[in-house]
Design a protein around this ligand. Structure first.
Ligand code: ATP
Ligand code: MG
Length: 431
């Protein structure tokens, strides 16, 4: 499943890179092409507007009244003399396309068509692309001129091969294609690595979720099995009234356990789904702790465990009253549950700088050192068999940690097997 998702991500990523590279490549080609051919155009214009021809054509002197020239003969003579350095060719033609004079390097096939000549006469000078008799690409500047004395119109054509520009464009295309190919290959490789990295946390989270569901189902099955077994016992006609009472009590206790488990699972499901399910108010942590300790005393008295609370004035925090009470209940419950009869549990709250410290310590059985790193994991119990006997499912500390984390706090457990446990919770104090 993840393999396919990884390839799909890679393909999408590579496709996006290909589209981006193609757009950039086409843009580069078009702008380069435009600027190269703009340069050809201005080179061709310069042949007419500057240098030897300019004075004869009269453009510089007489720009506004059009391109007039003194007489045909002068131009024709001038063409004879024109140097053809740089591969420029010149031709002087009449409107019907008859070539009157041209430089020796002209390829007559490469001159403008009569249509173009007519268009130039109507619209003014223009550029046309032609081909030489050998198929070479040429660009020709077609300039209509009017003889001053006679008003007759002739056309001057200046052209040159655009092969160097086309060659340059071909090279740029090759470089872009090669670069694009390498870019796509890198995109595929990079996309594959990146999608692997991106999917890793999802994979881990899904694995954890799967484990959680499996553990939850397992935990749910135990009380259900017991309830069913007891119900079957009830069906027996031979059961005495006393037995029936015991069985019913067992069913009730397992149902309570089931109820408790389901509500814990719901809390964790909510924790996974939404981080903002908290109603933050300014509350007194010391008061909440003392209050919860008082409520837990009833439970503690059954084991003759003393729950002492040590608070010294209010310690205000920004927090969710219900959730913080829940967290403190979980911690005091553990302290009572995992301590022997006659011991004591101490709850204290104090403020140190901008932090509020809540400490719950007991001198119970403690937690083995090798179990400490996993103690906040869901369903983790240091001593599975005994915890279950006491009624633990291993979700309490996971919920407590979620609550503390959601308050931007920190929870820590310090424990020595056989000596006792101290849980420290640190929350930002409200100013
Ligand atoms: P529940 O979900 O009902 O709280 P639980 O108490 O087993 O079940 P946690 O509160 O998460 O689960 O505690 C996890 C384990 O850590 C316990 O099973 C117990 O082994 C150990 N533990 C927690 N607190 C203490 C403590 N104060 N003293 C000794 N062991 C503790
Ligand atoms: Mg617990």
């Amino acid at each position: 499943m993840f393999g396919r998702a990884r390839w799909r991500l890679t393909i999408w990523f590579a496709a996006a890179v290909i589209v981006i590279l193609a757009v950039i490549g086409v843009a580069v080609l078009f702008t380069t092409r435009a600027s190269l051919f703009d340069q050809v155009n201005s080179d061709l214009e310069d042949r007419v507007n500057r240098g030897a021809l300019a004075s004869l054509v009269g453009i510089q002197r007489d720009r506004t009244s059009g391109r007039t020239f003194p007489n045909i003969q002068a131009i024709e003579e001038a063409l004879d003399e024109l140097a053809t350095a740089g591969g420029y060719f010149y031709a002087f033609v009449s409107p019907d396309g008859e070539v009157r004079e041209h430089t020796s390097n002209v390829d007559l096939d490469g001159l403008a068509e009569v249509d173009d000549l007519e268009r130039a006469i109507l619209e003014g000078p223009l550029f046309v692309d032609t081909k030489s008799s050998e198929g070479e690409d040429l660009r020709v500047y077609v300039v209509p001129l009017q003889e001053r004395a006679t008003d007759r119109i002739f056309i001057l054509e200046v052209g040159r091969s655009t092969e160097p520009e086309r060659q340059a464009l071909r090279q740029i295309t090759l470089i872009l294609a090669g670069g694009g190919g390498v870019g796509v290959a890198l995109a595929v490789a990079g996309g594959f690595v990146l999608s692997g990295l991106a999917l890793r946390p999802i994979k881990t989270a899904m694995g954890r979720q799967r484990g959680f569901v499996a553990d939850a189902s397992h935990e749910l099955r135990t009380p259900l099995t017991l309830i069913r077994a007891n119900a079957e016992l009830l069906q027996r006609p031979s059961a005495t009234a006393e037995e029936t009472g015991d069985i019913a009590a067992e069913i009730i206790s397992e149902t309570d356990r089931l109820n408790n488990l389901v509500s814990q699972l719901l809390t964790l499901a909510r924790a996974d789904a939404d981080h903002s399910a908290f109603r933050m108010d300014r509350i007194d942590l010391a008061e909440i702790a003392a209050d919860t300790a008082r409520q837990m005393r009833l439970l503690a008295e059954r084991k003759q465990i003393a729950v002492e609370s040590d608070t010294n004035g209010p310690v205000t925090v920004e927090g969710d009253d219900t959730r913080l009470r829940e967290m403190i209940t979980i911690l005091i419950d553990n302290a009572i549950k995992y301590s022997d009869e006659g011991s004591s549990v101490k709850v204290s709250v104090e403020k140190a700088g901008d932090r509020a410290h809540l400490t719950i310590s007991d001198n119970g059985r403690g937690i083995p050192t090798d179990a400490l790193p996993r103690i906040f994991d869901r369903f983790y119990r240091a001593d599975k068999a005994r915890s279950r006997e006491i009624g633990g499912t291993g979700l309490g500390l996971a919920i407590a940690k979620w609550i503390v984390d959601s308050h931007k706090g920190h929870i820590d457990i310090d424990s020595r097997q056989g000596e006792g446990t101290t849980v420290s919770v640190e929350l930002p104090a409200a100013t």
